[in-house]
Design a protein around this ligand. Structure first.
Ligand code: KIV
Length: 282
């Protein structure tokens, strides 16, 4: 199983690594078996799975529900649970209780928190308590209103210096890795060189130690224009549309179900068939 020590080793040995988001049992199982070393149960699930316009409405219970499903599907990946808006903002004590639930109830191995400033002290406490923390700087979607929209961060010298200082402080506080989202490539390279811990970029150029993408973006399940930093490795929205239309057409014209889909009097029992499909662990 991948651990936080392995992730550090990747950086030490100069091995770039890929991270994907996962929100449910079946996709976690597929990604885990595909060998992804780290799966992030991101609060982006609010937009991708729940249809919210931002991540702000996502609750801790929403996150735990999805995190549990991901843990059931995964065997080898390091699982990181994203702490949602207002699950760590009120106090360090609240952060400890929320993070503890990710590990104790949902089977996550680490948590991710957005921001620097007060989050640095929270990171220190969680780390001291044995809860590994992934930091997240740059475009931090939970601060969308403070940033005036989903905008690239760190473009001015002052902003870049702030991000670099926060990155150093998070490392000092014990974070085991750091997501850099929506920052200029040069800043991502500067932070990556300045830190011992691995950086994981999204919209931060090629100079970070790892990369993370939202699964549904890279699979082409999210429709509309993809953000510039996304590469679509498949076009599943088109594939699903084609399959759904084809199924509906088969039902309309009576070609589905065909003889091969019927149970005969002495055939296998439907319950046994369902087991073979393996919806559950196995
Ligand atoms: O919520 C999420 O999926 C994230 C990644 C995009 C880093 O935070």
């Amino acid at each position: 199983m991948t651990t936080v020590l392995d992730v550090q080793r990747f950086k030490d040995e100069g091995r770039r690594f890929a991270v994907l988001t996962a929100y449910d049992y079946l996709s976690a199982k597929i990604l885990d078996e595909a060998g992804l070393p780290v799966l992030l149960v991101g609060d982006s699930l609010g937009m991708v799975m729940l249809g919210y316009p931002t991540t702000l409405p996502v609750t801790l219970d929403d996150m735990l529900h999805h995190a549990k499903a991901v843990a059931r599907g995964s065997r080898q990946a390091l699982l990181v649970g994203d702490m949602p808006f207002m699950s760590y903002h009120a106090s360090t004590e609240q952060a400890i209780i929320s993070a503890g639930r990710f590990l104790q109830e949902a089977g996550m191995h680490a948590v991710k928190l957005e921001g620097g400033g007060p989050v640095i002290e929270i990171t220190r406490r969680l780390t001291e308590l044995g809860i590994p923390v992934m930091g997240h700087l740059g475009l931090t979607p939970q601060s969308v209103h403070a940033m005036g929209g989903f905008k690239v961060q760190g473009k001015t010298d002052a902003q870049a210096a702030r991000i670099l200082a926060d990155a150093r402080a998070l490392e000092q506080a014990g974070a085991f890795s750091l997501v850099l989202e929506g920052v200029p490539s040069k800043l991502a390279v500067d932070v990556t060189k300045a830190l011992r811990i691995p950086t994981i970029g999204i919209g931060a150029g090629p100079g970070t130690d790892g990369q993370v993408l939202v699964l549904h973006d890279m699979l082409g399940l999210t429709t509309g224009k993809a953000p510039k930093f996304v590469k679509r490795y498949a076009n599943l929205a088109e594939e699903i549309t084609r399959a759904a239309k084809s199924y509906a057409e088969d039902v309309r014209n009576g070609t589905f179900p065909g003889p091969e889909h019927e149970y005969s009097a002495n055939g296998s029992a439907p319950a046994k068939d369902r087991e073979e499909v393996r919806y559950g662990p196995g």
